[in-house]
Design a protein around this ligand. Sequence first.
Ligand code: UFG
Length: 324
Amino acid sequence: MSNILVTGGAGYIGSHTVYQLVQRGYNVTVLDDLSTGFRDAVPEPQLHICSLFDTEQVTQLLIRQQIEAVVHFAAFIAVGESTKEPERYFTNNVSGSLSLFSAMAAAGVNKLVFSSTAAVYGNPVSTPIPETAAIAPVNPYGETKATVERALGWLDQCRGLRSVRLRYFNACGANPEAGLSERHVPETHLIPLLLKAVVTGQPMTIFGTDYPTPDGTCIRDYIHVDDLAKAHIAAIDHLLGGGSSEVFNVGTGHGFSVREVLAAVEAVTGKPVPHVFGDRREGDPAELVADSSKLQQRLGWSPEYTSLERIVASAWPSEQRRWA
Ligand code: UFG
């Protein structure tokens, strides 16, 4: 089976993808500096604690492990934080990626799956959003991902580095059978914060009720982390099979409002979610829903988790332990 390097494999989406890769028989090597990832999210023998910036060490790892393709997750991911520390975000997400790509060039590895985001679209003019929509990020985080995507276009032309760029919508849920879950510090995402409010009794805040949506709250496309992981495997297989560089949205194509997510959390937990209403959060577009038909048609991918209740139920056991 193929040898795959996963950067950021000790993080949330990375660890779920590593789990599925191992289940399917790939030989997986994880590179993580554990700055935000967790040691226990990855089987010990697979974990190599190393900085992406150590180009020489990464090159040696690629050669030693005879890596055929890289899945690159390692990045800072908090939109709000990126507006306060843009230099740190550009350095880590852009320079770190370039260091990895230099190592791949030195080691002769020319296949990459890149973790991108719906944040590259900024405030889209219409939804569902196809991959052809304008790239117009409205925060430094989205700009770092758009910058790397553009660099990858040139690296394909100039060096023959083939890449699949996956633009995730709202990653959520967990895989309890694998013992994996979401553990961002600090937590900023909606579903974990709703479940936290249920466990602690401390109210969460709904950011904005005056959006131009049917119930006034923001609409997002919530995609289960296992479905995201599956998209990475389809992308690896596409590249290993000789496929060309591509960009794909990864979402379900269905949008849910914040109030609808809250209702789903109440249905799953059987408890009310303590909440208050607050102002809009800066930089939140009203509605982000993916048109993922390209991924479905080209790579035969489809989401298994289309029910919000199922998604919330998958996260509930780990979130109960996390906030207890
Ligand atoms: N929300 C609240 N209260 C909270 C947290 C979130 O009302 O305490 C709302 C937000 O305003 C938003 C929705 O819940 O309308 C979802 O917010 P998240 O923070 O869970 O997710 P985002 O849509 O802000 O961000 C996600 C990814 C980012 C990515 C972005 C693309 O986490 O990495 O989608 O737009 F950049």
